[in-house]
Ligand binder design. Structure first.
Ligand code: PMP
Length: 452
């Protein structure tokens, strides 16, 4: 075995930056253990992925059974039963009308596929000019160049300027920094109305679709829009005939205490993207779910000119079937709502102790803590690297949280708290205990840097 020998040895693998990470050895439930024996409470499900926890016996059994039967068959040569079964299970959880499923292997592929399905649909209907997608700022929709064109998060885009489309972005509403002269409701409506303003300026006949996360993930830090937002968005999309694409890659599959975050507002979407919690870390798995009319238009005109080799992989789909069964059988959506409510209340209480915590928000088990001056709501200086420092301090305590850097004054640094949906009340307390230690350590550090 070629384990890394020490912290200075370079690994052949590379991800986002330098920096030594321990090697994950094994995991169970909400805990993951490194090969040095240290155990971490997975307070963010990796990246909001591990919906049913690690090593769930029902998922492992389903995968073992499948791997003995069929590991791969190619989508143009065969259907496979786990993919069909998973398709039915997904559709059963969708709002009426969304009944066609296209499998891919990750969130960016799902977003990319949604864009191409919608575009091909317009093409076959003779609406060739519909090429412009509208999305929001801030937002995150993935790393591939199509998804990056939708993403409103400058640090990830800068090096690639010129290689992706400069699509228009409308502001994401916030319930935290409501502009002067607005209420939360009027601000949400004003943000939604920006969609109409853009449609009118560009021309509805040139708009391919509007892409939005119903509840923000890492980009906005678990922003829940005011209840007036989506009804207005929906009305605008219907009025101007603009397809509505929901990116539920992070907020879907029970994460927010409903199967879809869209269920909070009964949004009638044309396409929904699902990923992370669908494979729940057991296999690379994602999907788009679309309306039959859109899919049939594309299929009856020569087929969807798009697809990936690993689409609908039998082993991944068998894992997905087992994950969805566990979520249903163990009442994990309800548990996410219940434990999320408890965690949110406790985090809000905890935040009162620290004047550098500006906001605590979220829904279900998609929660965020935003770091900002409590009184003025001003984000803390970028070079303090607050979310990364707190994430590192939590790591030292044996707690995983997910950091996000500040967005140039639009929003402050934040961390996501998004544990597996199986978390118990006692484990929420354990998470809170570890987080309190990390925040207290940061407070000492803060008092020093704030004085200089
Ligand atoms: N959309 C959203 C909302 C996401 O949070 C992510 C991943 N963080 C993606 C798309 C891209 O997913 P992936 O990393 O699996 O490609």
């Amino acid at each position: 075995m070629n384990a890394l020998k020490n912290t200075t040895q370079k690994s052949p693998t590379f991800y986002i930056s330098h920096g030594h990470k321990p090697i994950a050895a094994h995991a169970n439930g909400i805990y993951i253990t490194a090969n040095d024996g240290k155990r971490y409470l997975d307070g963010c499900s990796g990246a909001a992925v591990v919906q049913v926890g690690h090593s769930h016996p029902a998922v492992l059994a389903a995968m073992h059974e499948q791997i003995d039967q069929l590991q791969f068959s190619y989508r143009t040569q065969f259907e496979n039963q786990p993919a069909i079964d998973l398709g039915y299970k997904i559709v059963a959880h969708m709002p009426p009308g969304l009944d066609r499923v296209f499998f891919v292997s990750g969130g960016s592929e799902a977003v990319e596929s949604a864009m191409k399905l919608v575009r091909q649909y317009h093409f076959h209907r003779g609406e060739h000019e519909r090429t412009i997608f509208i999305s929001r700022l801030p937002s995150y929709h993935g790393s591939t160049l199509g998804a990056l064109s939708l993403t409103g998060y400058q640090p990830l885009q800068k090096p690639f300027e010129g290689t992706y489309q400069l699509y228009p972005k409308i502001p994401s509403p916030t319930q935290y920094r409501i502009p002067e002269g607005h209420t939360a409701e009027s601000h949400a409506i004003a943000c939604a109305n920006e969609l109409e303003t853009n449609i009118l300026a560009i021309g509805a006949h040139r708009i391919a679709g509007f892409v939005v996360e119903p509840i923000g993930g890492a980009s906005t830090g678990a922003e829940v829009p005011h209840n007036s937002y989506f009804p207005r968005i929906q009305a605008i999309c219907k009025q101007y005939g603009i397809p509505l694409i929901l990116d539920e890659v992070l907020c879907g599959v029970g994460r927010t205490g409903r199967w879809l975050a869209a269920d909070y507002w009964q949004i009638d979407a044309d396409v929904i993207c699902l990923a992370k919690g669908l494979g729940a870390g057991y296999a690379p798995l994602a999907a788009i779910v679309a309306k039959d009319e859109m899919v049939e238009t594309v299929l009856s005109n020569g087929g969807f000119m798009h697809g990936f080799t690993y689409a609908g992989n039998p082993l991944a789909c068998a894992a997905g079937c087992a994950v969805l069964d566990v979520i249903d059988n163990e009442g994990l959506v309800e548990n996410a709502a219940k434990q999320g409510e408890y965690l949110l209340a406790q985090l809000q209480q905890l935040s009162e102790r620290f004047d550098w915590i500006g906001d605590v928000r979220g829904r279900g088990l998609l929660l965020a803590i935003e770091f900002a001056d409590k009184a003025s709501k001003t984000p803390l200086p970028n070079d303090w690297k607050v979310s990364q420092t707190i994430t590192d301090m939590a790591y030292d305590e044996g707690l995983l949280v997910y950091p996000r850097k500040s967005l140039n004054g639009i929003a402050g640094d934040h961390i996501l708290i998004a544990p597996p949906l199986i978390i118990t009340h006692a484990q929420c307390d354990e998470l809170l205990g570890l987080l309190t230690k990390a925040l207290t350590t940061f407070d000492t550090h803060y008092q020093k840097i704030a004085q200089n």
